[in-house]
Every structure is written in structure tokens, then in C-alpha cells.
Design a protein around this ligand. Structure first.
Ligand SMILES: *Cc1c(COP(=O)(O)O)cnc(C)c1O
Length: 468
């Protein structure tokens, strides 16, 4: 069936307020045309991120009432430990308040200055946490991962030749671990194949280097394996997940993604040598090892969410909903990144707004117009987020891709709301020449997209409105 109808019915509703175009125009001016500074209550469909924005099930909400808030030995920890072990199969389960803390604990224990950590593509917090140890974070995805027009079923795969070359170049003793991000978030939510994971494992066995997964969207990745790798067409998703993780030595996880919770994460691995040091650090920065910065009820919601994330009906709807919106857009002639990934649609702003030069932030201009005209919030991933200043000429070096990401929260919006988003964008695309660029008026030295301010670009010769 082309239309993935919802495999749930709605028990609780959260009203969303409709705003007028005038109101949104005023809010944008006040926010300096930065969508991070627009109040969420004034957004109709919020596609800023799929992180921590999931709707929990009745079973998860019921689990909150079973929270055991004991300082040590909470029953919810044991439930989480059992659940993680049954899916991921690793011995030690260390809860954290979100994914980046799991990264920090792992890297601060095993990564030393001057070392190198290869990954298919590092997510920003993963990169930052590797670099914080004064080590090199190296992206080694296959070269097709960087081509917006190339359609491959597993565009998130690791480039095994470059990985082996890297091991020879830097020496195996300087690679404390290799990571694989499933799905590859920074590369457009593209999956990694079981075959590629197996081959990576075989290669690393020869050099005795541990393999870890950045497992944030593991369930979505498992669904793509079932759909696209013929040997797995009839394999249950839990079996696929267990095989996948069996090729690794551990994982970091942000449960704000495929854990279907609003806060939570964990670190899990087999090696007994690291437990003591990591646990000591955990107690220093997060809390006792049976709660790790979370309430007992959060641990329960996370355990239940991890089980639900592998439900095939749910995943078919989830992946299908993203694909449905992407196909509507494509059918309407809107340029998007292909193939459609697991958690988001990426609008190609360079192709959408060819009349706006990169110096006037076409991606941001598109995101701003989507909000002003339709109340839809996406996020620019382009010049604003990744543009760099050349240290010599102080000219801006523009990233390869200028995108607007529309991340779809899990189980939150109906297909009708997705249709609204697609139709709005198609309509906007028809009158795209009217969209104006932006002029940057303020920027911070680092992570400028969070605080930048703009004004609208004014043509010196503007047409006067015709008055009869
Ligand atoms: C979100 C994310 C993280 C970081 O998790 P937080 O919970 O936001 O700290 C790490 N890696 C990937 C691939 C992610 O998507």
C-alpha cells in the first residue's frame, strides 16, 4: 500500500494554536530571522528535529507510574538492563541522560590525545567529543554519500578501502575504536548494510580494533536492512538487530531517537577493563550507576520505548510516512535529496532558490519563508550552520550542500499534517522567485546558527505597489 495509514489511535491530544501570517512576520523580525528564537507555541508543524520529540505510547505512560525512585537498585534499571541486553547483547549497561554523555564517558576513557577515531560520518556531538580528547575524528563513508543525486540502497556504508588505508597510515595502536553511525544522520539518515557491517568487523578483527555503533536510529536501520538486503526479507527485526550488534563490541545510544522517549540514553559494551573507570566518571558527572542522571520513571519509559521501536508495523508507518511526504514533494517538482532517508526530508535550497546567491543564505531564506507563510519550522543545514571563514582572505567557504532539513518526529503528526507540509512547499516552490535573501547582521564565533541574526535583503529598485 502506498499510503502508510497510522498503526495507532489517538488517546490524548495536544492542541496547536493557529497563528496569522502577520503574527509570524512580527515574531520573525523579533527573532532576527533565526528560527531557534521563535517560540514553539507559535509553530504549527514543528520539524526542527526528531530528537526527544517522539510521542510516547499508553504503555510507556503507564510505565511512568511504575517508576521506582530508589537511589540505588531501582527495578526500572534492571528492566532497562535486561531490555538492552536482549536487543544489543552487550554485558555492561550504563544509563546516561542523553547520547552525548555516553560519548563523553566512552571517549574520555579510551581515546588519548593524538589518536584517530574513524566513523562513517561523525554526528556533530560525536565529533566534538572526540576532538575534546584532542584526537582526530575521521569521516570514512563511501564517496557516494556526498553526492546528492546518487541513489544507492545503503548510502551510509563505510569505505573499507579507506578504513584499511587509515589503519596502515596511523597504526592500529592509534585507533582505540572504529564507530559506525546507524543510520548515518549527518549523511541524510542513510542506512548501513549488514554486509558492510560484517566486512568492517572482519577487517577490524585482523587488527584487533574494537567496533562501536552510534546506535541512535538502529531500528530504522534494521528496517532498511529487511527491506533492501534480500537475505533478510523474512527475518524478524529483533533478529536483525541482534545479528547487527553481534558484530560490535559496544554502542552509544541517544534514546531521544529510536528509544521513543523525550530524554535518556546509554552506553553499553563488553570489555570489563573499562567498567571501573567509566563508572567512576559516571558517578562524578551523572549519578549512581543504576540511574545515570535519570529518574526511575525515565528508565522505565526508555526500556518500553526500545521494545516498541522494533515493532514492524510501527516502523513501516514511520519510514513510510517520511517517504510519503518525500514522494509528494518530488511529484510536485520540489528538489529534495535522494534517496529518501529514515527520519527526515532534505530540501535542496540551491536548486529551489537559484536566484539567491549563497552569500544571502538561500537555505535560511527558505526556512524563514516556510515559517512565515505556513507556520512550518525546519532547520537550515548549509552556509549558516557549516560555512567557514577562510583564515587568510576572511571570505566565507560554503559547504557543498545547502539544505533545509524537515525532521519528522515519531508518532506525532498525522499523514494529513504531512500532506499539508508537502502541499505548502509545492505551492511555495511555484512562486519561489518572490523569496528574498537574507543579510547577516550578527554572528557568534562558534556554532553561529544558534544565535545569528539577519535582516531581509532589499532591492535598491523595488517595484512600487500598483494603486488604482
Ligand atoms: C542525536 C545524536 C547524538 C547525540 O545524542 P543527544 O541525545 O542529542 O546527546 C549522537 N549521534 C547521533 C547520530 C545522533 O543523531
Amino acid at each position: 500500500m502506498k499510503f502508510p495509514s497510522e498503526p495507532f489511535k489517538i488517546k490524548v491530544v495536544e492542541p496547536i494554536r493557529r497563528t496569522t501570517r502577520e503574527e509570524r512576520d512580527r515574531l520573525l523580525r523579533e527573532a532576527g530571522y533565526n528560527l531557534f528564537h521563535v517560540p514553539a507555541e507559535s509553530v504549527y508543524v514543528d520539524l526542527l528535529t526528531d530528537s526527544g520529540t517522539s510521542a510516547m505510547s499508553d504503555r510507556q505512560w503507564a510505565g511512568l507510574m511504575l517508576g521506582d525512585e530508589s537511589y540505588a537498585g531501582s527495578r526500572n534499571y534492571y528492566h532497562l538492563e535486561e531490555t538492552v541486553q536482549s536487543i544489543f547483547g552487550y554485558k555492561h549497561v550504563i544509563p546516561t541522560h542523553q547520547g552525548r554523555m555516553a560519548e563523553n564517558l566512552l571517549f574520555s576513557t579510551i581515546v588519548k590525545p593524538g589518536m584517530c577515531v574513524p566513523n562513517n560520518i561523525h554526528f556533530d556531538t560525536t565529533r566534538a567529543n572526540v576532538e575534546h580528547q584532542r584526537a582526530e575524528a575521521l569521516d570514512l563513508a563511501i564517496k557516494e554519500a556526498y553526492d546528492p543525486h546518487c541513489e544507492l540502497p545503503f548510502k551510509g556504508n563505510m569505505d573499507l578501502h579507506r578504513l584499511e588505508e587509515t589503519i596502515h597510515r596511523v597504526g592500529r595502536e592509534n585507533i582505540p575504536l572504529v564507530m559506525i553511525t546507524i543510520t548515518n544522520n549527518s549523511g541524510g539518515g542513510q542506512p548501513v548494510s549488514m554486509e558492510n557491517i560484517r566486512q568492517t568487523r572482519l577487517l577490524l578483527n585482523r587488527y584487533r580494533i574494537p567496533l562501536f555503533f552510534d546506535a541512535c536510529r538502529f531500528a530504522e536501520n534494521c528496517f532498511f536492512i529487511k527491506e533492501r538486503e534480500p537475505a533478510y526479507a523474512n527475518t524478524p527485526l529483533l533478529t536483525i538487530a541482534r545479528e547487527l550488534f553481534s558484530y560490535g563490541d559496544g554502542c552509544t545510544m541517544s534514546a531521544k531517537k529510536d528509544g521513543l522517549v523525550n530524554i535518556g540514553g546509554f552506553l553499553s559494551f563488553n570489555d570489563d577493563r573499562w567498567v571501573q573507570e567509566i563508572t567512576n566518571m559516571l558517578i562524578l558527572v551523572e549519578g549512581f550507576p543504576t540511574y545515570g542522571g535519570l529518574a526511575g520513571r525515565d528508565l522505565e519509559a526508555m526500556a518500553r520505548g526500545l521494545e516498541e521501536a522494533l515493532d514492524e508495523e510501527y516502523l513501516r508507518f514511520r519510514i513510510g510516512q517520511v517517504r510519503y511526504m518525500g514522494e509528494l514533494l518530488e511529484g510536485g517538482g520540489v528538489p529534495i535529496l535522494k534517496p529518501i532517508g529514515g527520519h527526515a526530508i532534505y530540501l535542496n535550497a540551491k536548486a529551489f532558490l537559484p536566484h539567491i546567491p549563497l552569500s544571502q543564505f538561500p537555505g535560511q531564506a527558505l526556512a524563514v519563508t516556510l515559517y512565515r507563510d505556513y507556520g512550518i519550522r525546519g532547520v537550515e543545514i548549509g552556509t549558516l550552520m557549516f560555512g567557514k571563514k577562510d583564515p587568510v582572505t576572511s571570505r566565507t567557504i560554503h559547504p557543498e550542500l545547502e539544505l533545509v532539513r524537515l525532521a519528522i518526529p515519531r508518532r506525532v503528526y498525522t499523514n494529513m499534517q504531512m500532506t499539508y507540509v508537502a502541499e505548502s512547499i509545492i505551492e511555495l516552490h511555484r512562486r519561489r522567485e518572490l523569496i528574498r535573501g537574507l543579510v547577516l547582521t550578527h554572528e557568534a564565533p562558534a556554532l553561529r546558527h544558534f544565535t545569528a541574526r539577519f535582516r531581509e535583503f532589499q532591492e535598491s529598485l523595488q517595484l512600487q505597489p500598483i494603486t488604482a
